[in-house]
Design a binder for this molecule. Structure first.
Ligand code: DQA
Length: 145
């Protein structure tokens, strides 16, 4: 069965109460439920993880080898700073989609730079929590093509 890993980086555990005017009021637990429902409806396996620690995210990417066929990554602020996450994605050679709830390109200049985009197959941003389902659809299609 197709297996997709959804990885969430720093501060995303605070979704629901964190700057709701930017990120909405949906919690990460709500998003996990929608992703799990999507998995059931689409005959896929979805694993969901969040960490505030760069090293834990790196370990999860390394461990995805031979287990998951795709990674959806909302790396939070690490998107804009982490060469290590970029290198990890390039090293495991698993297709990855960069995801953000907010439209990072309509925000501060420092959010326009992404190290993840350099190694991702595509980018989804600006659709709030629904972006997770868009990313899952896109990844499933990519894997099956
Ligand atoms: C974010 C955008 C990042 O710039 C920010 O640091 C986040 C959340 C998003 O989902 O919109 O933590 O990744």
């Amino acid at each position: 069965m197709t297996s997709i890993l959804i990885l969430n980086g720093p501060n995303l555990n605070l979704l629901g109460t964190r700057q709701p005017e930017v990120y909405g009021t949906t919690t990460l637990a709500d998003i996990e439920v929608s992703c799990s429902n999507w998995a059931t409806d689409n005959g896929c396996d979805v694993s969901f993880m969040q960490s505030n620690h760069e090293g834990a995210l790196l370990d999860a990417i390394h461990a995805a080898r031979g287990v998951h066929q795709g990674i959806v990554l909302n790396a939070g602020a690490y998107t804009h700073t982490s060469i290590a996450l970029m290198d990890a994605l390039a090293s495991v050679e698993i297709p990855a989609i960069e995801l953000h709830l907010s439209n990072v390109h309509a925000r501060e200049e420092f959010r326009h730079r992404s190290f993840i985009a350099k190694v991702a197959i595509g980018l989804i941003c600006g659709f709030g929590a629904h972006g997770y389902l868009l990313a899952l659809d896109a990844m499933k299609q990519h894997i099956e093509d």
